[in-house]
Design a protein around this ligand. Structure first.
Ligand SMILES: [Zn+2]
Length: 346
C-alpha cells in the first residue's frame, strides 16, 4: 500500500485519495512530454538504476510527478488558481505561494514515507528473533541498504527525527499562511525567462549548513527540545507555460535566515553563473521531480552533455557554507540556446 497523507490535514479532509500532480498536468507537464517508442513520455531526471545511481529514463507523462500527498478534495480545490489556462502572474503572492507549497508538500510527503519505511523495517527486524531463515529472507530484500545500519537503530531514529524538525517547521509556517490567507511571510524571487524551456521542475533544497555561521544567522530553537540549527529550506520551481515563457520561482520563509541568505546570493549572480547555479540547484535538490522533453534529452545526448548531467546528479551536494559562493554546474540549462524554439520543439 502506498503511503497516503494529506498535507493539509484539517477537518475538511476526505478519505478519498487520488494521485495529486505536483507539476500540473494540463498547465506544465503537457509542455514537456513528447513521443517516444513507448508512447507519450517525459524524461525523469531522478530515475535510479538497480545499483542505486541516478540514470534519467523515460516514463509515461501521466504517471510523472504524481503522489498521494493531498486528499481528493484538497487537491481539487486548493490549486484551481494555478491550474489549466490560468496565466501565472509573478506579482500574485497567492499564486506563487501555491506553487511553493505544492513543491514543499511533495518533499514533506517523501520524508514521511521514508520515516514510515524505516519504522516498518525496524519493526520487522525485531520480529525476526533467532530464526536464521527469517533473517535470510529479511536480508534478501535489500539491494542498497546495508543491514548493519539497523544495528545503529538509535542513531538512525535520531537523524530522522532531527531532520524532521525542519520539515515540520516549514509545514507549520506554510499552513499558517494558507489558513490566514496571508502570503507575505515568505520571500519570493521570480524570474521570467523569455522563452519556453524544455523542462519542468519542483522541489526544495534542505541545505546542510557548515559552521561557523555568522552570528546573526544562527537559528535558535523553535520550540523547547528542538535542535538548535535546522536545515534552511529553499523552494524552487521551473515552470514553462503556454505563453512561451518559463517562470522560475524561488522562495524561503522570511524568518528562515539561512535560506534567505542563500536566496540573496542568487540575486547577486551575473549570467551565465546564475544559470549554472540554478542548474546545480535543480540537479541537487529537485531531480526527483524534474522532467525533460524527450527531444531535449536527445539533444543533450548528441552534444555530449549527458555524462556531465549524470556525474552531477550522482554527486553529493555536501554542506553549504554561508560564506562561500554558490555551487555551480558545469552546464547552464537556462541558456536561450537551449529553449524549445532554439532546438526545434513546437
Ligand atoms: Zn485534505
Amino acid at each position: 500500500m502506498p503511503h497516503k497523507e494529506c498535507f493539509i490535514q484539517d477537518n475538511s479532509c476526505v478519505d478519498k485519495f487520488k494521485q495529486a500532480h505536483i507539476l500540473s498536468q494540463s498547465a506544465t507537464m503537457k509542455l514537456v512530454h513528447g513521443p517516444t517508442t513507448a508512447g507519450l513520455n517525459v524524461i525523469h531526471l531522478g530515475n535510479k538504476n538497480k545499483q542505486g545511481s541516478y540514470e534519467p529514463k523515460p516514463i509515461g507523462w501521466t504517471k510523472a510527478s504524481a503522489y498521494h500527498c493531498f486528499c481528493h478534495d484538497h487537491d481539487n480545490d486548493l490549486f484551481l488558481p494555478i491550474e489549466n489556462d490560468n496565466k501565472l502572474d509573478p506579482k500574485n503572492a497567492h499564486q506563487l505561494f501555491l506553487h511553493v507549497m505544492r513543491s514543499f508538500s511533495y518533499v514533506y510527503y517523501r520524508k514521511k514515507e521514508q520515516m514510515q519505511f524505516y519504522a516498518d523495517l525496524v519493526k520487522e527486524f525485531h520480529e525476526i528473533g533467532d530464526s536464521q531463515n527469517k533473517l535470510q529472507d529479511f536480508l534478501a530484500q535489500f539491494i542498497v541498504l546495508p543491514p548493519r545500519e539497523l544495528s545503529k537503530e538509535q542513531a538512525l531514529k535520531y537523524n530522522l527525527s532531527l531532520s524532521f524538525w525542519s520539515f515540520q517547521y516549514v509545514r507549520n509556517e506554510l499552513l499558517k499562511s494558507l489558513n490566514s490567507n496571508k502570503f507575505e511571510n515568505l520571500e519570493y524571487r521570480t524570474l521570467i525567462f523569455p522563452e519556453r524551456l524544455p523542462f519542468a521542475s519542483a522541489g526544495v533544497l534542505l541545505a546542510r549548513i557548515v559552521e561557523p555561521l555568522p552570528k546573526k544567522m544562527t537559528i535558535v530553537s523553535i520550540n523547547p527540545g528542538d535542535p538548535v540549527v535546522k536545515s534552511p529550506a529553499l523552494m524552487f520551481n521551473v515552470l514553462p507555460d503556454k505563453f512561451d515563457r518559463t517562470i522560475i520561482i524561488a522562495a524561503a520563509l522570511k524568518d528562515d535566515y539561512n535560506a534567505v541568505h542563500l536566496l540573496n546570493k542568487f540575486d547577486r549572480l551575473p549570467q551565465p553563473e546564475l544559470g549554472k547555479a540554478l542548474t546545480r540547484l535543480m540537479f541537487d535538490a529537485n531531480k526527483e521531480n524534474t522532467f525533460l522533453h524527450p527531444r531535449f534529452w536527445e539533444f543533450l545526448k548528441k552534444n555530449d552533455y549527458v555524462s556531465t548531467v549524470c556525474k552531477e546528479l550522482n554527486e553529493d551536494r555536501g554542506y553549504d557554507s554561508m560564506l562561500d559562493s554558490l555551487k555551480l554546474s558545469d552546464l547552464n540549462l537556462f541558456d536561450q540556446k537551449l529553449s524549445c524554439k532554439a532546438i526545434g520543439i513546437d
